[in-house]
Design a binder for this molecule. Structure first.
Ligand code: SF4
Length: 500
C-alpha cells in the first residue's frame, strides 16, 4: 500500500546495469521510500509534479498522459478491484489547483533510465547544467530559487529527445494531405464509416464492404485488432481499400507495439499512400480472448503517439533524433470518449491530444445527446472547437442483446435506460429490432447534424456495414464530393525523387 497513490499494479522496474554497490544501495533505498509513499515503479523520469503527486505508473496500462476511455469514478476498467489512478490524479489536481499542469505532454519511459536511482543523477545534472537553483537563494531570493528550481526540474522531466510541452502545435503545412482533410477544410459535412478487417486471409469480404461504402462515405476506418483480438492488420486492410479506390483511415494503436514498431508502421503507411491515421492507446489486453497477452504492453499512449508522429511529419525527426529526409504526410486523428469521465476531465484529455497533433476526432458512439453536448461545451470552454474537426460517433443497434452488451461490457459507452427500453419493447422479432435500431440512429443523426461544432459523422456499424448507405440516404447526409480516388491514389504512389 502506498500513502499518496493507489497500490502499484506491477512491480517496480529493475535497472539493466545496476552499477557499483554504493549505487545499488542508494537505488534500493529510493525504491523503498518512494514505493511506500507513491507506489513508485522507478520509471526513471518522475512526473509526480505534473500529476498532483499521484504516481501515474500505478495505472495498469501505465498511461502517463491521462485516463483511458473506460475509467469510472468507482473503479479501474482493467482491474475493477482498484480505483482508477487517473481519477485520483484529476481529483487531487483540482484540490491543489494544479489542473493546468495536467496539460503537459509527458514523455514515455527511457528504458535506459528505468529502475535506476534518480537523486544522484539529479545532483550530477545540477552540476553539469550550471543553471539550477542555488541553495543560497533560499536566503537571499526565494522567488529566484523557485523560478530556477521550476526551470531545472522541467528540463529534467522533458528530456531533449522529447521536448514535450503544454502548447498547441498547428500542423506545419498548408495544402490538405488527404481527401478527408480536403473535404473537411472545404466545410462539407463529412461521413466516415468503420469496417472491421476480416478474420481470415481472404480479402473478398473487404472487396464487398468497400464496394458498399465507396461513393457513400468519404473514408473508411479499419480497426486495429480491436478488443485485443487478432484480425487482418489495419495496414493491409487500408492498403487494399486504397487499391479499391476509396480512402482509408488507418487505425493505429499503441497496445502491443513499441515506439519503434509505431514509427515503422506509420512510415510504412506513408510509403503506401495511406494518409489518414487515427492514433489510439488501444483496449487493454484484458478485454481480449484468453490466453491473455502479458500485461504491461503499453510502451506509449495515444497522446505520445500523436506527439511523436506530428514531429516526424513537421520536424522530420525520429524519436531517437535521426533526420527523416523524405517526411511522411499524415492527417492525424484521435478518438474521444464523451461519456467516459466527467466532461471537464475528458476535455483536458482532448486538449492534450489536440495540442499533441490531433487534427480530427472521431468520438465513441453517442446515445445520450444531452450528455454529449455537455462534453462539447467543455471543449468549447477550452477553446478547442476551432482547432479540430469533430466527427460524432453513431452505432446503429442491430438487436436488443447487442444494446445490452454495449451498455454492460463496452468501456466508455453509455446507453440511457430509455434507449434500452425502446429496444426491449420491440419484442423478439429480429427485423423489428433492427428497424428500431435504425430509427434511433436516424433520430440521433438528425440532432447531431444541427449541432454547432460538429463537422460530420463517424458510423460504426459493427459487422453491419450494409446498413450504412441506407442510414446516409434516409438521414439526408451528403455524399462525398469526390466519389473516386483513382487519380489521387496513383499520384500518392508516385516513386520518391532520386536520392531521397
Ligand atoms: S512517476 Fe516514475 S519515478 Fe515518479 S513515482 Fe511514479 S514510477 Fe516513481
Amino acid at each position: 500500500m502506498s500513502l499518496f497513490s493507489p497500490r502499484r499494479y506491477q512491480p517496480p522496474f529493475y535497472p539493466m546495469h545496476p552499477g557499483p554497490w554504493p549505487e545499488r544501495i542508494f537505488t534500493a533505498f529510493e525504491r523503498s521510500l518512494k514505493g511506500a509513499l507513491f507506489g513508485c515503479r522507478m520509471c526513471g523520469n518522475c512526473i509526480l509534479q505534473e500529476t498532483a503527486y499521484v504516481c501515474p505508473m500505478t495505472c495498469p496500462a501505465g498511461l502517463r498522459n491521462g485516463l483511458c476511455g473506460g475509467a469510472s469514478p468507482e473503479r479501474c476498467c482493467v482491474d475493477p478491484s482498484r480505483p482508477c489512478t487517473w481519477y485520483k490524479i484529476y481529483e487531487r489536481a483540482e484540490k491543489l489547483g494544479m489542473t493546468e499542469k495536467l496539460l503537459e505532454i509527458n514523455a514515455p519511459i527511457d528504458g535506459n533510465r528505468a529502475g535506476h536511482e534518480t537523486w544522484i543523477d539529479l545532483v550530477q545534472k545540477w552540476r553539469e547544467w550550471g543553471d539550477g537553483p542555488q541553495p543560497i537563494e533560499l536566503i537571499t531570493d526565494r522567488e529566484q530559487f523557485k523560478t530556477d528550481a521550476g526551470r531545472f526540474f522541467y528540463r529534467l522531466r522533458q528530456p531533449d529527445w522529447w521536448q514535450g510541452d503544454a502548447e498547441y502545435h498547428p500542423p506545419a503545412y498548408t495544402e490538405p494531405i488527404s481527401g478527408l482533410e480536403r473535404e473537411l477544410r472545404s466545410g462539407a459535412f463529412v461521413t466516415t464509416a468503420e469496417i472491421a478487417p476480416p478474420l481470415g486471409a481472404s480479402t473478398k469480404i473487404l472487396d464487398r464492404k468497400v464496394a458498399e461504402l465507396r461513393g457513400v462515405v468519404s473514408a473508411a476506418n479499419f480497426t486495429d485488432n480491436a478488443s485485443a483480438s487478432a484480425r487482418m492488420s489495419s495496414l493491409a486492410s487500408s492498403k487494399i481499400c486504397l487499391e479499391l479506390g476509396m480512402e482509408p483511415v488507418m487505425q493505429l494503436q499503441a497496445r502491443d507495439r513499441s515506439r519503434v514498431a509505431i514509427e515503422s508502421e506509420a512510415m510504412g503507411a506513408a510509403g503506401l499512400g495511406i494518409r489518414n491515421i487515427l492514433c489510439l492507446s488501444g483496449d487493454h489486453q484484458r478485454f481480449g480472448p484468453t490466453p491473455m497477452a502479458k500485461p504491461d504492453q503499453f510502451d506509449m499512449d495515444a497522446v505520445q503517439m500523436l506527439w511523436m508522429l506530428r514531429r516526424m511529419r513537421d520536424e522530420g525527426v525520429y524519436l531517437d533524433g535521426r533526420a527523416i529526409k523524405q517526411r511522411p504526410q499524415w492527417f492525424l486523428g484521435a478518438a474521444a470518449s464523451p461519456f467516459g469521465a466527467p466532461p471537464k476531465y475528458e476535455a483536458i484529455r482532448a486538449e492534450k491530444k489536440i495540442n499533441a497533433g490531433a487534427q480530427f476526432i472521431q468520438t465513441q458512439p453517442i446515445f445520450d445527446y444531452e450528455r454529449f453536448t455537455e462534453w462539447l461545451a467543455a471543449l468549447d470552454q477550452r477553446n478547442l472547437l476551432d482547432k479540430v474537426y469533430i466527427l460524432a460517433g453513431i452505432v446503429p443497434l442491430k438487436s436488443a442483446s447487442a444494446a445490452h452488451f454495449m451498455a454492460d461490457s463496452v468501456p466508455g459507452v453509455v446507453l440511457p435506460p430509455q434507449i434500452l427500453a425502446r429496444m426491449d419493447r420491440v419484442g423478439n422479432d429480429a427485423a423489428a429490432q433492427q428497424e428500431e435500431g435504425v430509427a434511433i440512429a436516424l433520430e440521433l443523426i438528425e440532432k447531431l447534424k444541427q449541432t454547432q461544432g460538429i463537422h460530420g459523422m463517424h458510423v460504426m456499424a459493427i459487422h453491419w456495414e450494409e446498413i450504412v448507405p441506407r442510414l446516409i440516404t434516409e438521414s439526408g447526409l451528403p455524399r462525398p464530393r469526390m466519389a473516386s480516388l483513382n487519380g489521387r491514389v496513383s499520384q500518392a504512389r508516385q516513386p520518391l525523387p532520386a536520392g531521397s
